[in-house]
Design a protein around this ligand. Structure first.
Ligand SMILES: Nc1nc2c(ncn2[C@@H]2O[C@H](COP(=O)(O)OP(=O)(O)O)[C@@H](O)[C@H]2O)c(=O)[nH]1
Ligand SMILES: [Mg+2]
Length: 344
């Protein structure tokens, strides 16, 4: 392939263990997949190198799955829906992987995705693979590891990858930036403020799903869907070939699941026939490249001896108002690069 022309940051070749892992993944072995994701999540430098080689090696086997992100406030029913929907798809002969991006795990060690993320019924299925959020590190780090885990599940033959995240902080944007289709879940308890869904987040959604459309909540779910349709009407479509749709479901009663899958199918067809899907994925990969560079540069800067030496005193000076952030940054960048630099 192109490897000859790419200067190596990671080691040149895969270790025999990584070779075996690659073969196992391509054969669809769950244990190999689990071990590879653990490798991807490792912060050890030699592991990172092997993980990068592994993913580059597997790239030709990736990309065939449909990548779907689910977001919404805590308690809206994301995990319950994903589990019911996943079971539904498995009954139709598909292989379903579920990954999670939990912004709280990096901050507090807790989980706002909730225990339901374990999805015990789905987890027992041979054709399902569930992986909770990698813990620790920045959201950028979590996002990278999730993106790489997604590629690994694709190489292992999964047809559908779900990524669950919660409507907090920047995690929705991070997930929207790695999937083909972004689904926003909303509760039936609508209201004038559209349950506080931020406009910017609604603009990310290709599909809106009102949950819990059963029993006492069925009528409210219908009303909430109507309100969301009105709000959507005023928004510019994300891509020219697709207008966001609003659907209602009941995960508990397994109602509306077919309709959701059918809408996803139409979205995929529209995106593929217009070439938008290939364009979206290429753009996502390009954006990920530059995010990696930003993260890598910041890490290298912080580890640099001269920077580490001067940073505490410069930080103190900024805190005390003795120098400006601009000047302090200039000094640290100069220490890092060994020549004078002025930030833009
Ligand atoms: N009535 C009803 N309750 C639901 C439905 N889906 C989820 N719930 C309930 O809503 C609560 C939160 O669900 P969960 O899936 O953990 O929400 P998440 O935080 O968005 O992942 C739980 O008590 C579920 O039993 C549904 O389709 N109908
Ligand atoms: Mg959940």
């Amino acid at each position: 392939m192109m490897t000859g022309s790419i200067p190596a940051g990671a080691p040149e070749s895969m270790s025999p263990q990584t070779e075996a892992l690659a073969a196992g993944i391509l054969a669809g072995q769950r244990r190999a997949l689990a071990r590879a994701i653990t490798l991807v999540e490792s912060t050890r430098r030699d592991h990172r190198g092997q993980a990068s080689r592994l993913i580059e090696h597997l790239l030709p086997a990736t990309g065939k799955a449909i990548r779907i992100g689910f977001s919404g406030p805590p308690g809206v029913g994301k995990s319950t829906f994903i589990e019911a929907f996943g079971m539904h798809l498995i009954r139709h002969g598909l292989k379903v992987a579920v990954l999670a991006v939990d912004p709280s795990s990096s901050l507090s060690g807790g989980s706002i995705l909730g225990d339901k993320t374990r999805m015990e019924t789905l987890a027992r299925e041979a054709n399902a693979y569930i992986r909770p959020s990698p813990s620790g590190g920045t959201l950028g780090g979590v996002a990278r590891r999730t993106r790489e885990a997604m590629l690994l599940t694709e190489a292992a033959g999964f047809d559908v990858v779900f990524i669950e995240t919660v409507g907090v902080g920047q995690s929705e944007t991070a997930v929207a930036d790695m999937v083909d289709l972004f689904v926003l879940l909303a509760s039936p308890a609508g209201g004038d403020d559209l349950q506080g869904i931020k406009r910017g987040i609604m603009e990310l959604a290709d599909l809106l799903i009102v949950t819990k459309a059963d029993g006492d909540l069925a009528a409210a779910a219908g009303r909430a869907a109507g309100e969301l349709r009105m709000a959507l009407h005023l928004m510019r479509p994300k891509v020219p070939c697709w207008r966001a749709e609003v659907l209602t479901v009941s995960a508990v009663a397994a109602r509306g699941l077919d309709t959701v899958w059918e809408a996803i199918g139409r979205f995929r067809t529209a995106m593929e026939t217009t070439g938008e899907l290939a364009k979206l994925r290429a753009e996502q990969a390009r954006a990920a490249l530059w995010r990696e560079i930003e993260e890598g540069l910041i890490a290298a800067l912080k580890e640099h001896p001269a920077v580490a030496d001067q940073a505490p005193a410069l930080e103190r000076a900024v805190l005390a108002g003795e120098t400006t952030p601009t000047l302090a940054a200039e000094r640290l960048l100069t220490a890092f690069l060994g020549r004078t630099v002025r930030p833009e």
